[in-house]
Ligand binder design. Structure first.
Ligand SMILES: Cc1cc2nc3c(=O)[nH]c(=O)nc-3n(C[C@H](O)[C@H](O)[C@H](O)COP(=O)(O)OP(=O)(O)OC[C@H]3O[C@@H](n4cnc5c(N)ncnc54)[C@H](O)[C@@H]3O)c2cc1C
Length: 343
């Protein structure tokens, strides 16, 4: 049996996840010279990798880059491919210590500021753990009959398999809007099933469909390349059709080949909860409790950043580690070297 108390602490910071938040944290740790490692269950920038192929993201370059002026897309905003390539190159060019295809399974607290991180490939003893594991683990479900059929997807990847097929998208946010647009543009018989309040919502803080997605969707509606179904509820998904209830409570059956349920996803907080991190109920589920300044949880040495905190978007996911990693280093008695001077 391992004697945890006498085991060697070989890391100062273990970062879980290599999305924008984890990469930003790694860059700061690298600059300071911390002994750190990033463990990533998928690929570098895995969430961006899973964006629809060819998507143009909604943020501008200054909200997405680690160093000002570094991301140079062909047009005003980068595509998924340009953004992913930038994140991958950034990790490689800066020699950031990222281990991909390694899933963190468990984090044990051994003593004050002493943790053991257990992955499917190894074990790491560390002073601090930074959870940057995003909020993509649990795609939300409708809980209706037929949701487990193979034609039902919780993720939209690309349009071409669905040309000339009857495609239905359920959802009221930008991801659902984007998928509907891709499908309608490329010749699928597309229906967007959406609550009227979501379609009519214009406050971006409510996660509505952004105007640059909604305007072209309205064009597709005018051209009759898209159908809008004001949803009461999804009743049942069947092999060849889908039963919906409209906002008046009338049941309708639509012919259907593929369904995309794009209603958001939630983080897996199991590891944090097992460490004793407090959670509270958020709009959709539990969220971790943490200090809004330091992003440290009630367990000293356990930090949270990125998509499952209030700093959700990429801009904040990148900015927060710039502040907190130097603070973590300072607590360890480490300081960032002064910036290099030019002769
Ligand atoms: C289609 C789409 C378009 C979007 N467009 C924009 C946009 O234009 N602008 C914007 O600001 N936001 C956008 N977002 C949201 C954006 O992707 C997130 O805000 C961002 O990815 C958050 O970064 P993060 O580093 O916190 O989390 P993520 O990027 O989700 O990174 C978390 C990483 O942790 C890894 N991980 C999870 N669990 C484990 C584990 N147990 N062990 C090891 N690794 C683990 C995951 O594989 C993942 O790579 C978009 C989202 C979608 C779905």
């Amino acid at each position: 049996m391992t004697n945890y108390q006498s085991s060697i602490i070989n890391y100062e910071l273990v970062i879980i996840g290599a999305g924008p938040a984890g990469i930003s944290a790694a860059f700061e740790a690298e600059k300071i010279g911390l002994k750190y490692i990033v463990l990533e269950k998928g690929l570098i920038g895995n969430t961006v990798y899973n964006y629809p192929v060819g998507l143009t993201v909604f943020s501008t370059t200054d909200e997405l880059e680690f160093i000002e002026g570094d991301l140079k897309p062909a047009r005003e905003k980068p595509t998924r491919e340009e953004l992913l390539s930038y994140y991958v190159r950034f990790v490689l060019d800066n020699d950031l210590k990222v281990q991909t295809e390694e899933t963190v399974l468990k984090v044990d607290r051994i003593a004050e500021n002493h943790f053991r991180v257990i992955s499917d490939k190894g074990e790491y003893e560390t002073r601090n753990v930074l959870f940057a594991h995003g909020a993509m683990d649990y795609p939300r479900k409708l809980g209706v009959k037929g949701e487990d059929l193979p034609k039902v997807h919780d993720h939209f990847r690309e349009t071409y398999p669905w040309v000339k097929k009857n495609a239905l998208i359920v959802g009221g946010g930008n991801s659902a809007g984007e998928a509907a647009l891709f499908l309608a543009d490329e010749g699928a018989e597309t229906t967007l099933a959406i609550f009227r309040k979501d379609w009519e919502e214009t406050d971006p803080k409510q996660g509505c469909i952004k105007y640059w997605v909604k305007n072209p969707l309205e064009e597709q509606l005018k051209k009759r390349c898209l159908n809008l179904f004001f949803l009461g509820k999804v009743v049942e998904i069947r092999e060849k059709d889908i039963v919906l209830e409209d906002e008046e409570g009338q049941e309708q059956i639509l012919e259907n080949d593929v369904v995309f349920i794009l209603v958001g996803s939630d983080a897996d907080l199991t590891m944090l909860k097992n460490l004793g991190v407090e959670t509270r109920s958020g709009k959709y589920g539990d969220v971790p409790v943490y200090d809004e300044e330091t992003f440290e949880t009630c367990v000293a040495g356990v930090y949270v950043v990125g998509h499952f905190t209030n700093a959700r978007h990429i801009k904040a996911a990148i900015e927060v580690p710039r502040k907190i990693v130097p603070e973590i280093a300072e607590k360890l008695g480490r300081r960032a070297p002064p910036p290099a001077t030019t002769a």
